[in-house]
Design a protein around this ligand. Sequence first.
Ligand SMILES: *Cc1c(COP(=O)(O)O)cnc(C)c1O
Length: 465
Amino acid sequence: MTQDIRQRMLLEMQQKAAFDDARRAAYAYADASFERNVFPTQQALDDLRHFDEPLPADPGDAQQILRQLHEFGSPATVAQIGGRYFGLVNGGVIPATLAVRWLTDFWDQNTPLYLASPVASRLEEVTEGWLRDLFGLPDSTVAGYVSGSSLSIFCGLAAARQRNFTAMGWDINRKGFIDAPRLRVVAGRQAHATVSKAVALLGFGTDNVEWVAADAQGRIETAALPELDASTILILQAGNVNSGAFDDFATLGQRARAAGAWVHVDGAFGLWAAAAARLQHLTRSIELADSWSFDGHKTLNTPYDSGVIMCRDRDALVNALHAAGAYITYSKQRDGMLHTPEMSRRARIFELWAALKYLGKSGVDELVDGLHQRARQFADELAQQGFEILNEVVFNQLLAACDSDAETDTTIDLIQQSGECWVGGTSWQQRRVIRVSVCSWATTEADVTRSVRAFVAARAAAREK
Ligand SMILES: *Cc1c(COP(=O)(O)O)cnc(C)c1O
């Protein structure tokens, strides 16, 4: 590196002009986000051509880079922090967690070991205890902090695989699957796509899963559950990604316990029902499970990305994920990499810790309950306008349909184009449906009513076509 560029970087750290610019741009962005079109306009999408340039031959200018990103990048974002984005299951963002992120961005901590970041290690431990308490999980439960549920499901099933094989006297890490005794995987037909991905990555093969029939809401039919045994991994769901439905954890969990099977709960967004007094009935008996995966970036509204694996059997999780090397110095304190597949990892714990510290128990309850209330309002107002609601709105998800599949699909397109709100489509019980996920603290009653108006206008235009 030339002396020149190091001098410039030192100066940028000292003078902070680019950081001041970033702050101003971020504030302008935030102020516009609550009112602007939710999806980028055609103009904004066309302007992305400004990024089509060759890799610069020489160093550039920090402030100029930031200007370009704000001018052409900000308008081409989805207005995710406002109150009218209802696609996927995307949480908004709690301001206090963004502020914490700004500070901790300067810390630039890496989190594999206590020795790499004592503060991250301590807050991972503190937050682990808070989460155990909030969800009512067993005292032995440990947490690993990963990028999202895709990975935390993988970790839960890796721990399950470890424990079940160990019980059969088979060291899966060393011997792999060749000549291994057979493990069984049992899951509901409506399990999330990332469950299938984890099953595939871990070498079970999706064809070998014993898929159990689901009812009209997407819950496992308890009567259809096969006989379980100690070689079985049973995968349950807290919050179906379309309907929001919850499996019957009491019945299924008791059967699994009696058989010695491992139970993993995919609770990406739904596990948070356990932290809301009026919704707790949905997650009754989740403590019977062995591992639980969920996100901070959905229901809890932390910044991206934030997923958590919790596992009652620390040895199973650590033996499944741990690595050794002469330069890796484990300590008596918490070493994060024992609980995650990654070694180097960003310190996402600061934002998760801050979200829980900021909201407290009553704030989490209010946040989760509020999402449910807005979803109920959405469903009620849509039903009044003649849309058919296809699911029981037990949590934050609702599925609405027009008179025909074609009308539903055109209506979805027109809602998206309107910029008034954003919803996606999906198939449910052989029908095309509009899929609404209320997942942001920022969604107000007025946002819902305004969005319903956009639905009605889009359907009217669809009928004209
Ligand atoms: C979103 C979701 C996932 C995947 O989570 P990511 O955080 O996107 O990786 C898994 N299961 C369910 C039920 C989900 O809603």
